[in-house]
Design a protein around this ligand. Structure first.
Ligand code: HEM
Length: 368
């Protein structure tokens, strides 16, 4: 199976990397007031991630020394690298006086402002660190996070906060076919794919060297009211997105990649892509050229206590300014026809530093 490199690119893997089929996303709270513990954690995580991405263990499964616990839990032995990437994010609370890091805070890293669509649950919100493990085998992603969480606990540096297991790719990158989200629609048709769009909209280009080629990660756990959606007429569903369900074509076109015409009207003068359609509100043409990279996954938590399907979209996006996400979501939250069928229940924001050079670790420059 494919292996991606942890070292060697300016950017961390897992952003521009062709999107894998599964994700385990987890955030952590710092449990130590000593910044040396954070430093050790980032160093040990970096070394472990480099091994995991090669399909290797983080240590001995059967320890040579009798009567000691295994350094690696073993469940990914023989599964190969499975395209694993693990992307590390730093939350706003790391950059405070408590750790002597207040003056190192990336310029645009702060808590997200409250948005009109928020129905956030505290236990699905926030975190001081994030790990996004994506792989083509869910057990490989699970193993990576499990053993990285063990390392954090071992050091006494951080404990788990919230997590989502995503089982289906719900965005497309360059050269990938467009998958579908759980509402049945192709998702990722007009995602960022071109290298110049990454340069323009995704990578941070200013500030100190340790921030350049980084990005801001915004994550939203978005629950879908699946049963309501499934009783809706397909013509109405098409109007919600402004696209056809089967082909993915805009309501003003024939084929998936036809450019939407936001001015076109029918014989009665009605806009073919309605004023409240998701793509009209989100399109760069209607937002001063603003674009974000989406790298989302479908998730399910089984069924809720009323026997309804508990599922949705783990929306993950990357941009060089989180205000771009806020601007889009402020608009969507106020007018998107999709709001009737979704609820934003989880949220977090992180700065994803660039990749370390070989022999170094993520965000090392914070401590020097
Ligand atoms: C486009 C689904 C949430 C931003 C689309 C498309 C679908 C879709 C089916 C059309 C295909 C495409 O071009 O990718 C959903 C669902 C969501 C959701 C089911 C929630 C459960 C969001 C959020 C944002 C967002 C929270 C950002 C704040 C966009 C953007 C586009 C898009 C920028 C491209 C529009 C264009 O340029 O035509 N979404 N989306 N979406 N969505 Fe969403």
């Amino acid at each position: 199976s494919t292996a991606h490199a942890f070292y060697g690119s300016a950017e961390q893997a897992g952003i521009m990397t062709p999107q894998q089929r599964y994700v385990l996303y987890m955030t952590f709270d710092l449990t130590s007031n000593d910044r040396a513990d954070l430093q050790v954690l980032l160093a040990r995580w970096s070394a472990a991630i480099a091994l995991l991405m090669q399909g290797r263990t983080v240590g001995q499964v059967e320890p040579t020394r009798a009567n000691s616990v295994g350094a690696d839990t073993g469940e990914a032995l023989s599964l190969g690298p499975a395209s694993l990437t693990v992307t590390v994010g730093l939350g706003p609370n790391i950059f405070t006086d408590a750790y002597g890091l207040a003056d190192k805070r990336p310029a645009r890293l702060r808590d997200l402002k409250q948005l009109p669509s928020d129905s956030l649950q505290p236990d699905l919100t926030g975190g001081d660190l994030s790990l996004q493990a994506c792989a083509d085998d869910p057990q490989v992603a699970y193993h990576a996070i499990r053993d990285l969480a063990r390392i954090a606990k071992d050091i006494g540096a951080a404990s788990t906060r919230w997590a989502v297991l995503g089982f289906g790719r719900a965005s497309a990158g360059k050269g990938q076919s467009t998958p579908r989200n759980l509402l049945g629609y192709r998702d990722g048709t007009r995602n960022i794919k071109a290298a110049e769009d990454f340069d323009h909209h995704v990578w941070v280009k200013d500030g100190p060297a340790w921030q350049r080629h980084g990005s801001y990660q915004v994550v939203r756990k978005i629950q879908m009211h699946i049963e309501n959606w499934d009783t809706d007429r397909v013509s109405d569903q098409n109007a919600v997105f402004g696209r056809h369900k089967e082909s993915g074509a805009p309501l003003t076109g024939q084929k998936e990649f036809d450019t939407p015409d936001f001015h076109k009207r029918d014989s009665e003068g009605q806009l073919l892509i309605p004023a409240t359609a998701h793509i009209r509100l989100a399109a760069h043409e209607n937002n001063g050229g603003l674009k974000i990279l989406r790298r989302s996954y479908n998730y399910t938590d089984g069924i809720n206590r009323y026997g309804l399907l508990d599922a949705g979209l783990l929306f993950i996006c990357y941009q060089n300014d989180p205000a771009h996400f806020e601007a889009l979501q402020t608009k969507l939250g106020a007018s998107d026809a999709l709001n009737e069928y979704i609820a934003h229940i989880g949220s977090a924001i992180f700065f994803v530093p660039p990749a370390p050079r070989p022999g170094h670790y993520i965000a090392e420059q914070l401590f020097t």
